[in-house]
Write a protein that binds this ligand. Structure first.
Ligand code: B12
Ligand code: SF4
Ligand code: SF4
Length: 258
C-alpha cells in the first residue's frame, strides 16, 4: 500500500514525499493532531520545489511563481486525499499550506498546524539559521503540504543532519532584520517587509481616510498604494520579499537541475 501511495504522489509531479507517525509530530505551538483528525495515525508530507522565478527582479513575477506553486500544491494534496479515501477507505485531513487558520487573539500570526515540524518529522529536512526547513536536495527552496490520515504508515527515516552552512547570508540579506536573533523570526519585522500591504497597512489606510477631506479621499482611492492594498486582499498573500529563501546557497544547483 505505502509504495502505491508514494508512486501515486510522485506521478502527480510532487518533488518529494515523507511519512511520519502522528506521534512524532512535535510542534510546541500547534494544536494536537487529534484535534484535526481524532483517529490520526500518520502524516504524509509533500515537498514542492520553489522555481527559480523566486529570483526575478520583478516582485510580481516572483510572487506569481509562488502563487502557482500554492495552486499546484493544493490541487496535488487534494488529489492525494481523494486517492486515500477512494482506494483505502482512509479518513483524511488536508492541512492548510498557509491560510486558513483560526485567528485566536492569543495566537497572533500562529497557524493551527506547523508544516515545518511535519516536514522534519517526515524526514524531509532540518531547520536552518533562517528558521525554515532545509531539504537535503532542494535546500531552502521548498514548500510543504501535509495530509493527516487514519492509515497506519511506516515512518520515513529521520534526517538528523545539519544542512545549514552557517554562512549567515540569510541574516545579512533580510531587509527587515527579522532574523537577527538566532532561533526566532521576528514576525512583525518580517511582515512589514514581506507583506507591506497586509492588515496593518489596511487599518492605517481606512483610519487616515476617515480623517480626510473628500478631495484627499479621492486622491487616496486613485493611488498606487490603494491598488496594492486591494490586490493584497484578494490574493490573500502578497509576498514581496523572498530574500531568506533565495539567498540560501544550500542545494541551489541541485534544485535547478532536477
Ligand atoms: C504564518 C506564516 C508566516 C508568518 C509568520 C511565521 C512564523 N510564525 O514564524 C510570516 C509572514 C512572517 C512568514 C514568513 C515567511 N514564510 Co511562512 N508561514 C506561515 C505559516 C502559514 C504558519 C506558520 C505558523 O504559525 N506555524 C504554526 C507554528 C505552530 O509552527 P512553526 O511556525 O513551524 O513554529 C514556530 C515556533 O514553534 C518556533 N519553533 C518551535 N520549535 C522550533 C525548533 C527550531 C529548530 C526552530 C528554528 C524554531 C522552532 O519557531 C517557529 C517559527 O516561529 C506556515 C505554514 C504552516 N501552517 O506551517 C508558512 C511557512 C512556515 N512559511 C514559509 C515560507 C517559505 C515563508 C517565507 C520565506 C515567505 C515567502 N516569501 O515565501 C517567510 C520566511 C520567514 C522566516 N525566515 O521565518 C514556508 C516554509 C517552508 C520551509 N522551507 O521551511 C511555510 C511552511 C509554508 C509552506 N506551506 O511551505 N510566514
Ligand atoms: S521573508 Fe524577507 S523580511 Fe521576512 S525573514 Fe525572510 S528575508 Fe526577512
Ligand atoms: S543562508 Fe547560510 S546560514 Fe542561512 S540557512 Fe542558508 S546555509 Fe544556513
Amino acid at each position: 500500500m505505502q509504495q502505491e501511495i508514494r508512486e501515486f504522489i510522485l506521478n502527480l509531479g510532487v518533488d518529494d514525499v515523507g511519512f511520519s507517525s502522528a506521534l512524532d509530530y512535535n510542534s510546541p505551538k500547534s494544536y494536537a493532531i487529534t484535534s484535526f483528525l481524532p483517529d490520526a495515525k500518520s502524516i504524509i508530507v509533500l515537498a514542492f520545489r520553489v522555481l527559480s522565478s523566486c529570483e526575478s527582479p520583478s516582485w510580481s513575477v516572483a510572487l506569481n511563481g509562488y502563487l502557482d506553486l500554492g495552486a499546484f500544491a493544493r490541487s496535488a494534496a487534494y488529489r492525494v486525499a481523494r486517492f486515500l479515501e477512494n482506494k483505502y477507505n482512509a479518513r483524511v485531513a488536508n492541512m492548510p499550506l498557509s491560510y486558513p487558520f483560526e485567528f485566536h487573539k492569543d495566537r497572533r500570526a500562529i497557524a493551527d498546524f506547523s508544516q515545518r515540524h511535519a516536514a522534519v518529522a517526515a524526514g524531509l529536512g532540518a531547520f536552518g539559521r533562517h528558521n525554515l526547513v532545509i531539504h537535503p536536495r532542494f535546500g531552502t527552496r521548498v514548500n510543504f503540504a501535509s495530509i493527516i490520515t487514519s492509515l497506519d504508515l511506516e515512518p520515513s527515516p529521520k534526517n538528523s543532519e545539519d544542512f545549514c552552512l552557517h554562512c549567515n547570508l540569510c541574516v545579512e540579506n533580510c531587509p527587515g532584520r527579522a532574523l537577527d536573533e538566532e532561533g526566532k523570526t521576528d514576525i512583525m519585522k518580517c511582515m512589514k517587509n514581506s507583506q507591506p500591504y497586509g492588515l496593518g497597512a489596511d487599518i492605517a489606510f481606512w483610519s487616515q481616510l476617515s480623517h480626510s477631506s473628500p478631495q484627499e479621499q479621492q486622491a487616496m482611492f486613485q493611488s498606487e498604494h490603494y491598488a496594492r492594498l486591494r490586490q493584497a486582499s484578494y490574493l490573500g498573500n502578497q509576498y514581496m520579499c523572498f530574500n531568506c529563501l533565495k539567498s540560501c546557497p544550500v542545494g541551489v544547483a541541485a534544485s535547478q537541475t532536477v
